[in-house]
Design a protein around this ligand. Structure first.
Ligand code: PLP
Length: 402
């Protein structure tokens, strides 16, 4: 009898999941990623371009990761699933997690989208910060959910009280800390408050893509305590592996099961798995890169302050810079100098997002920004009618979304 009941619950649940997935396909569901949000066109960047528009890491994978890629490449004819198992065990041991609570994916964009599809619906809204990382809202639209945008607080944290008040029907609260685009933190206490006061059956999706750059404390302790949250991690940021593709969804197994109903079997590229395993085992990588990023970021902030420019102090590898004029114009004028900065957010139309590059890239950024702000502009600059390219003195450059 109990078995029968279980079976019928399961089949009802899989029916609901299949219909949600079918609805998503019907509205043209696709996984939206940072590069899709960052680039407007598909023409290549000039060779000497400064690319500080997509929160990539200019250092790329570390030395041991590159060695691991080289040595595993010849085995690329095999799926080698066991290597993913080893990566999960290595990461779980480093974080004191049960490996059953960890799933690997080619990057964290996938698990972000699958989680939103699993926990939002026309009756269960998706609640996020504004400005915040936009990818989840695209998935929420595909699942027919109401998207609730809640402004950040005066200190640029997620306003957890306002998020709760705005959505008694919430299915998911998305917390990105450090936040993309501001690089600002939401405290562990606020995350706990949200967990304690959220509607029953809703979950938190805590995106820790940028956590290694900051002094924030992780929410993994709350996963270990079996709370209603999924934590996302990626190797695309401090580990410099955006092009190799590796990330994790970390949660109670029952939450992971609901999420992976939308992903199916996510085959992992063995080059990414080998590089990620080697990176996790390298104890110097995170502290060294955190220091490098912080030094360049603070030097850039000093320069901006000295020159009277306003920005939001960040603990990440990106920050919001207030140009106090339409962001779109500044982005195009910077691109004309082959310095590609990030997109604006509609709620802050005069701010642009800038990724922290190498010291020499940030010097080119400073020079170009000073030139733009002092009124120097390309006289023949023209944006293509479809906004995909910038035309300047016979040069055709890719445009940044604005
Ligand atoms: N989450 C945040 C906040 C991001 O900014 C990004 C990418 O920039 C991702 C998730 C997904 O990154 P990836 O799919 O490369 O792991």
């Amino acid at each position: 009898m109990a078995l029968e009941k279980n079976r019928s619950c399961r089949s009802r649940r899989s029916f609901l999941q299949v219909s949600a997935a079918a609805a998503a396909v019907a509205v043209g569901y696709r996984i939206v990623t940072e590069p899709m949000l960052a680039h407007a066109g598909s023409i290549p960047y000039p060779k000497d371009a400064v690319l500080i528009n997509a929160n990539e890491n200019p250092l790329g994978p570390c030395g041991v990761a590159c060695d691991a890629v080289n040595s595993v490449a010849s085995q690329g004819g095999r799926y080698s699933d066991w290597m993913t198992g080893d990566l999960i065990k290595t990461f779980a041991a480093a974080e004191g997690l049960n490996p059953e609570y960890v799933r690997a994916f080619p990057g964290s964009s996938g698990p972000l989208h699958y989680s939103v599809l699993a926990f939002t619906s026309p009756a269960k809204s998706y609640v996020t910060a504004d400005p915040g990382y936009e990818a989840g809202a695209h998935a929420a639209k595909a699942s027919g959910a109401r998207v609730v945008n809640v402004p950040l607080t005066k200190t640029y944290a997620h306003d957890v009280k306002a998020m709760l008040a705005a959505a008694p029907d919430a299915g998911m609260f998305y917390i990105c800390t450090p936040n993309n685009p501001t690089g600002t933190l939401t405290s562990h206490a606020d995350i706990e408050f949200l967990l304690a006061n959220k509607p029953k059956d809703s979950i938190l999706l805590v995106d820790e893509a940028y956590i290694h750059f900051s002094d924030a404390s992780t929410a993994l302790d709350l996963v270990k305590a079996d709370k209603d949250l999924i934590v996302l991690r990626t190797f695309s940021k401090i580990y410099g592996m955006a092009g190799l593709r590796c990330g994790f969804g970390i949660a109670r197994p029952d939450l992971l099961e609901k999420m992976t109903a939308f992903s199916g079997w996510s085959a992992m590229p063995i080059t990414a798995v080998a590089a990620a395993t080697a990176s996790v085992k390298d104890p110097r990588l995170v502290p060294e890169r955190k220091q490098i990023n912080a030094t360049i970021r603070e030097t850039t902030f000093q320069w901006l302050s000295k020159n009277g420019y306003s920005f939001v102090p960040s603990q990440s590898n990106c920050f919001m810079l207030d140009a106090k004029r339409p962001a779109k114009d500044v982005i195009a004028l910077m691109a004309a100098q082959k310095v590609f900065i990030g997109r604006p957010w509609p709620v802050w139309p005069t701010h642009v997002r800038v990724t922290v590059g190498t010291q020499s890239e940030m010097e080119r950024f400073q020079e170009a920004f000073q030139h733009v702000m002092s009124g120097g502009a390309a006289s023949t600059l023209r944006l293509a009618p479809d906004s995909s390219t910038i035309h300047l003195d016979g040069l055709v450059l890719p445009a940044i979304r604005g």
